[in-house]
Structure formats: structure tokens, C-alpha cells
Write a protein that binds this ligand. Sequence first.
Ligand SMILES: NCCCC[C@H](N)C(=O)NCC(=O)O
Length: 454
Amino acid sequence: MFFAYMFVDVMSPLQSLIETQRGWSPDAFGYYAGAEYILNVFGFLILAGIILDKMGVRFTGTLSASIMVVGACIKLYAISDWFQGTALDHWLSSWWVSMPGSAKLAAFGFLIFGCGCEMAGITVSKAIAKWFNGKEMAFAMGAEMAIARIGVFAIFSISPRLADWMGKDDPTVVVPVAFCTALLCIGLICFIIFTFIDRAFDKQLDAAKLPDAPAEEEFKLSDVKNIFSSKLFWIVAMLCVLYYSAIFPFQRYAANMLQCNLGIDATTASDIFRWFPIGAAALTPLLGIYLDVKGKGATMLIVSAVLMIMCHCTFALLLPAFPSKALAFSAIIVLGISFSLVPAALWPSVPKIMDERFLGSAYSLIFWVQNIGLCLFPILIGKVLTASNPGVDNPMEYNYTNPMLLFASLGVLALFFGIWLKVLDSKKHYGLEKPNIVSNTEEKVFESEGETFE
Ligand SMILES: NCCCC[C@H](N)C(=O)NCC(=O)O
């Protein structure tokens, strides 16, 4: 996931460079960024969850890592000089002309990569739930996400510098993308090694099983219908889509937003922004420990939404009026804290309320709803940015107030769902506020119009 998250954001600090070099407008950049999630939204993620529950972690993980490598290679080719001026480039550039051929092919590669990346995300969550069942699962999930966030920090640190590899006068997006593609190949090899370790772990689990232990129930397709008909599922999914839509799409535009508000270059903007994932990386595992020991998951979700609203309002209204690096930096750090609360509380809560046999599907369905937002919001933000800046050609002069207010409004809605979840939890006792370690020994309750999954 470390390498996957690096690849996801490798182009984020280079928005102005790709605009200057390949003619990608903010609109085109938005479509490219949203493409990562398109196939997932059109059902791939649901299929991925079913594959995961049917075929297991080892098969699905290897498949997902391979898909990521294929998608990355397509994207690398699209932005490379080899693709420029080819027949495919001419043909792709001949229709929907505001989206250059390189952007269309890169978006296609990103779309393939996105299938692998999300499939890997649910696979990793299910693998952690299996390896840490009854132990410090929230900490383990937090640590995994922290490593992924360090990947974002790393790529924001090195991507602009790798782009200048050939010299500051001849920057290129090819070097950073090629570098991350190579890392994904290493990631695939790492996962193949993990499959051997996981096989040995399964043998240990089988050996520890009592001979007369009841056979585990198989995953059934009808479970998907049951999950969908649950109010609790929809509240968690809505919280997830609203919150994450104000984070990941923001990440794509953040460096340029800082450049425009502070009048700084891409490297300086990335150097400020990279502390956002680092704040999240440092705190997520600690909050995971807190959740394991003390609980308060639903409260964490509420606090997180409040912090996010404050930060996006700062970027929208305060930063343009007071263009200070210290202000930008403080808001970035607070947003990082907010971003550590949601993942720390949300993902470990899912195994508390879902049975293990359809955990893959449960994660995939939540990711699926989330992906709809992650797909649409970069596009919407690109459109709002273009519409709010009529006649602005210089990518250093955009006014980001409206896009940032849009992100803040998502936070307000997420806050509403967080409060609703907490109220429901206090009425129906799902155990979301209880410590993880204690609740693992309790009955797993998944409210589905009165239905209980055990
Ligand atoms: N491609 C980057 C977005 C990953 C989204 C993924 N579905 C997710 O939510 N992962 C958990 C996290 O907090 O990063």
C-alpha cells in the first residue's frame, strides 16, 4: 500500500507542470484524477469483494498488485515522449478535444490501476482482520494506513525533485511516474512473498482448530443484499464517502491551491503539504491503540469532521485574505490530525459489526460507495475551479475559494452522519464507543432492519 499510495499521488504536485507540458487543463486533470475510481464505481469493487470472499487473500492480493502494475505501465506510456505524436495520440486527441490524448490514455491507465489499488485495499483490510483477530486490530490497521500515508509524504517530497532530475530548466513528469511504476513491481514481488507466509499461518490456524469445531459458514451472494438493506451500512458508507471526498480529491489540488494562495513554486507548496499525511501517519496508529483500549470510535468520527470543516474554511476564506505560510502550515497539520481520526475509527469498526465471512464484501461495498464520491469530486472540483476563474490561463493564479467551500460543505454533511451514528450506537448498543479488545469477545451485531448477523 506504501507504493500504491505513492503512485496515486505522484502527479499531484505536478499539476502545473503537466498543464504547461502536455496541455492538461484543470478540467482535464480532474477527469484524469477521477478516472482512478470509474471502473470501481461501475461494479468492479463489488466483484472484487466477492472474489476476495470466494478466492481468499492470497489470490486476490496477487491479482490486485498485478493489475496495479499493468495500469501504471499504461499511464507511464501515456505521459512519455514515446506516445506524443503517435497515431493513437492523434486519434485520441481528435475527439473531446479539451482532454488531450495523453490525458485520456493516462486516465485509462489510472482507471486500471485504480481497480487494483482498491482491490488491494480491501484485501489488506481483510488480511489484517484475519491476522489480528482478537488482538490489536485497530493498531494494526492504523499502522498499515500510517505506512500508506508515509508513501504520500514521500511522494510529495520527491516527486517535484524527481521531475527536476534532468535539470531545473528541463522538468519532466516521466521520471517520477517511472520511478513509482518500478516501486509497484517491487510491491508485487513483496506480496508474492507474503502469500507464502500467509499459507504457513493458515496451516497454524488449521492445526490449532478443535477437531469437532463447527464448519465455518460460506459466503453467499445473498449476503450482499442483506448488507445493502442495512441502515447502519448506509450511515457508515455515507460518512465514509463524504469524509474521504473532502480529503483525497483535496490532496490532488492542495499543492496548486497553496501555490496560488501563497505565490510559491511547486516544490515549496509540496514541502508544506507533505506534512498533512505525516500528521495522519504519526497519529493513526496511536489512535488505533486508544480505540483498542478505550473505544470512543463514534466520537472520534465527529471530532474529525469538525476539524476538517475548520481547515477547509481556513483554506477558502482566511488564506486568500492572509496569505501566510504559517497559517497554511497550521491548517495542514490540523487537517492531518483530522485525517488520522477517521481511518483510525472507521475501518476497525467494520469487523465489530460484520461477520468475518462477508467482511471482504462489506469493505468492498463501503469502498464502492466511497469510490463514487472519489470519482465525481475531483471532476466537480475541476469544473468549479474552471468556472470560478473565467479567463485565467496561468495555473498559478486560480482562486480556490469555491472549491474549498465545497470541501467544507462535505465536512458539514459528514458531521451530521457522525452524530447520527453516535446517537444510533447509544440507542442500539453496537459497541462502536466500546474498546475494541473487549468487544471482540462480544456478539457481533449487524443491524439490518432487526436482523442480526453472528
Ligand atoms: N486511492 C487512494 C484512495 C484509497 C481509498 C481507499 N478506498 C481507502 O479508503 N483507504 C483507506 C485510507 O484511509 O486510505
